[in-house]
Ligand binder design. Sequence first.
Ligand SMILES: Nc1ncnc2c1ncn2[C@@H]1O[C@H](COP(=O)(O)O)[C@@H](OP(=O)(O)O)[C@H]1O
Ligand SMILES: [Mg+2]
Length: 263
Amino acid sequence: MNNIRNDHEVARDLATEAGQQLLKLRAKHGFDEPEVLRTLGDRTSHEFLFSALGRLRPSDPVLSEEGADNEARLESQRVWIIDPLDGTREFSESGRTDWAVHVALWENGELTAGAVALPAQGSTLSTVDPPWLPEERPAGQRLRITASRTRSPEFVQRMSTQLGAEVVPMGSAGAKICAVLLGIADIYVHAGGQYEWDSAAPVAVAREAGLHASRIDGSRLTYNGEEPWLPDILVCRPELSGMLLASIRDVADRDGAGPHSGE
Ligand SMILES: Nc1ncnc2c1ncn2[C@@H]1O[C@H](COP(=O)(O)O)[C@@H](OP(=O)(O)O)[C@H]1O
Ligand SMILES: [Mg+2]
């Protein structure tokens, strides 16, 4: 890690290294005991990231899915928000590549750096060099909405019918936001529950690349709150956001689900 120069590179290198450790763990343990593999994966990655950040950025508190909350973060101007293993369920299933490691930096109210490692896809997307978004979607292509494989909001099906869109089920918030960044999907929508660490790093990269990222009522995603609960999110190409927010209002209100039904 001699080449670390700035926060963007710290995020990228640590997420990538944690991902390598997770790949080794999968290779060593196999998939016969998924519960054991999940627990080991969460713990190994958390311990690596927590101790590396403690060494490289000793003054910065860390908010982690796997760590006890550190109240110092509420007074700090810099906080690392990490999800050591996003898509834990998929990590423990043989052959799946939709799981990720998230490392983000929050400074004075904004996400300023972030990286999402997709170890089983052999890549890390980060604010060092965010992916380039094509200026336009290919003409005539059907919209593709990626949503949770296992906890997709009820309104996604109605939304896809209304928009004539295809639904692409996938695990991990990070993998889904990367799918939008890589042009595999056009939209990621989630509602009903999530935490800051599930979206902080991928949202940092998505914003840097020029994507829209907001709550599903169009309001700001805010991080390092007293409660790290951030239950819904929309990520998409910027020119789609107005139309999608209107569609969500329409389909989510129809059954009384409302944009913030998960809170
Ligand atoms: N209703 C809910 N409540 C809390 N967390 C949720 C949730 N739905 C999804 N998540 C979290 O969001 C991440 C992506 O979910 P999904 O794969 O279903 O899209 C997962 O993170 P972890 O894998 O880190 O636990 C999952 O736990
Ligand atoms: Mg997560």
